[in-house]
Write a protein that binds this ligand. Sequence first.
Ligand SMILES: NC(=O)C1=CN([C@@H]2O[C@H](COP(=O)(O)OP(=O)(O)OC[C@H]3O[C@@H](n4cnc5c(N)ncnc54)[C@H](O)[C@@H]3O)[C@@H](O)[C@H]2O)[C@@H](O)CC1
Ligand SMILES: [K+]
Length: 488
Amino acid sequence: MRSAYGVETVRAAERELMARLPEGALMQRAAAGLAAACAELLGRVYGARVVLLVGSGDNGGDALYAGARLARRGAGVTAVLLAPDRTHAGGLAALRRAGGSVAPGRRDDAGQGPADLAAAERVILAADLVVDGIVGIGGKGGLRPDAAALAEVTAASRAAVVAVDLPSGVEADTGEVRGAAVRADLTVTFGTHKPGLLIDPAREYAGSVRLIDIGLSMPDEAELEALQHADVAALLPVPRAESDKYRRGVVGIAAGSARYPGAAVLAVAGALRGGAGAVRYVGPAGDAVIARFPETLVSSGSPERAGRVQAWVVGPGAGDDAEAVAAVLRADVPVLVDADGLRLADRDLVRARRAPTLLTPHAGEAAALLGVSRDEVEGARLHSVRELAGRYGATVLLKGSTTLVASAAGGVVRVNPTGTSWLATAGSGDVLSGLTGSLLAAGLGALDAGSAGAYLHGLAGRFAADGAPMGAHDVAEEIRSAWRDVVG
Ligand SMILES: NC(=O)C1=CN([C@@H]2O[C@H](COP(=O)(O)OP(=O)(O)OC[C@H]3O[C@@H](n4cnc5c(N)ncnc54)[C@H](O)[C@@H]3O)[C@@H](O)[C@H]2O)[C@@H](O)CC1
Ligand SMILES: [K+]
């Protein structure tokens, strides 16, 4: 499990640890890890041209001390100071002692004014490596103009970019990005992951992320967590000797319409690979379903008369069948609502349910439910998923390149690390809803079913794509390989 904590929690852990350590020890640990990561990225440190972008806080201090370590190993290190009078004094002295230099300031008195942007641009464009120490967890709002200008120049340079703790300009707690931000190839983060490193759009700015242990001890419950193979393996249902198809769970799929029979087929395709013992299909696309998957139990008419199930999936390709959605929501078993079902589901009916409900919107559907624009949802994914979960009193899985799953009661939010942009293909969501519904029927809770479903689906998408375009049915086919990979 990878866990992420917000700024306040990180600061509290840092205070607690700092009180027990000699002054500056934490920063030295951070700088040592940072310098080692930079050296690894550079390959050859001796003779490399390294530029440090140094803001006015401790994030800049980390960059300066790491720069000093690289200078001692023979790199040519130049610091660009955004606020020379507030630069970390110890870090700057260490850099100078190690032979590093400071890019000229705006006044001609050896760097007394803030960095001259033209001079900064010259060194950045000639650099092999740029170390972004503009701002870390102390950042407030979008980057200020000078810092934004440096981020832009850095983007135009061919240098490798390493962000210190966080890419400057991204919101540590939310993953939001307001205005310019540094785009890094690697982010070296200290003590713990921060939510912004795992949630888009910020995650994209971070590049790959390396965590440096500086000895912080964090609370048991994280604010955000990303499952890994072993966590998912522990959640997946395993049939026992005494299991029969009913004990393994039956999942009901109320999906598809005369216009969209394919959605029913794809949801069933996902459900058959999700661990339930049997799949019941109810709706007008029974012929198409049975032709492709003869093992499905098919009926038409109302879900209420379809026979017992341990969980329902309703909505994919359902068109305007509001009655089917209401009938499913009245059932006292876990229900997953997707696609058209989200539009048709009555909020009060969802709120009144006692069994778990899992809503699985993409950003556009979430925007419609929240009455905001799609861009607002995509720019503030964590806020949106929590807001929706609260309003509906349900677990919500917000699809996207970093799918999020939040419970109505608050608590930890899960982020899925396996997504791939190849999954943005028609019908892919139908497969996810069937798969996740099957996990609900097999007995997983809504948060676990949503996050394990997204994990397997993302992995299946990667296997199916393997560098080339693919269709949703390919994703369904690869769920079994993903499952094997996870439990293997
Ligand atoms: N506190 C600790 O124990 C440790 C902190 N470390 C480093 O210290 C960082 C936190 O240091 P600080 O609390 O000094 O904060 P930061 O250095 O992250 O940022 C604060 C400074 O940035 C400026 N700033 C804020 N928002 C800005 C914006 N939008 N545009 C431009 N400048 C902006 C502020 O004026 C302030 O001077 C961490 O991210 C990490 O890199 C590490 O050395 C590990 C130990
Ligand atoms: K930074």
